[in-house]
Design a binder for this molecule. Sequence first.
Ligand code: ATR
Length: 269
Amino acid sequence: MAPLYGVLGYPVKHSLSPAMFGAAFYAYDMDARYEHFEVHPDDIRMFLKEAREKPIMGFSVTIPHKESIMPFLDGLDKHARAIGAVNTVANVNGKLKGYNTDWSGAQKALEDVTELEGKSVLILGAGGSARAITYACAQAGAEVTVLNRTLKKAQELADQFNVNAGALNEISNYRPHILIHTTSVGMTPNVKESLVPADFFMRGMVVLDIVYNPLETKLVKDAKRAECRIVPGYKMLLYQGEKQFEIWFNKKPRTDKMEEALLERFKEF
Ligand code: ATR
């Protein structure tokens, strides 16, 4: 049987990872499979036992398991430990090691468009995605402020990474080099919503909305109109997948083919 890989989540049928890794395996004519593993939170330990023994050689981890899986793994890389979340697991001789590639995916997506060192970055939202992105920006030497509807959560996140926090309703007091939106506001079907007033955007500001469904959110449309520099949200997904491939196979994937597959899937949205 071909070595088995996949994505662990609950629910997980909507995941774009199978399309992306299907294309990556095809590009190198690799003998490997990539499947959905839909596992209820109560069944995680049983799944991991099977993953060690079956074996499953590697898997992506998505909602709601990114944090809760950590105590049951056999090892963690330092970034996953620092962020407090795992999105990638590799099986090495029956031992499951957890990694985080969300942060490096975000960093690479941003660095396609801008340097981060010394830049002011405003991050909207304080959930799991914001945590990885805050880590990515702080690691790269940016000056980060996290704004959230619930100030307490922004403060907790900011304390974790030694950055600044504020309330979302004070957004107009900020004028960052880089704006990153990490909540689900604006996602299909709520495509007319945006947390950012249109007059906030300034020419040349770098803007990343991690919502990629639709590909162009209201936030991104407003930012484009103001001549901001846009980082496409799907690039974070693409580059976190690229890094996962490197962890599992110790070589670089054909990222161009993975991107093609993703863009093809977006046409179906
Ligand atoms: P994820 O792990 O995907 O990043 P999450 O942990 O559910 O998501 O976090 C969602 C984030 O989106 C939170 O920061 C949340 O703000 P609160 O902490 O105040 O709940 C934010 N969010 C969700 N809906 C929002 C809305 N309508 N307006 C403002 N912020 C919103």
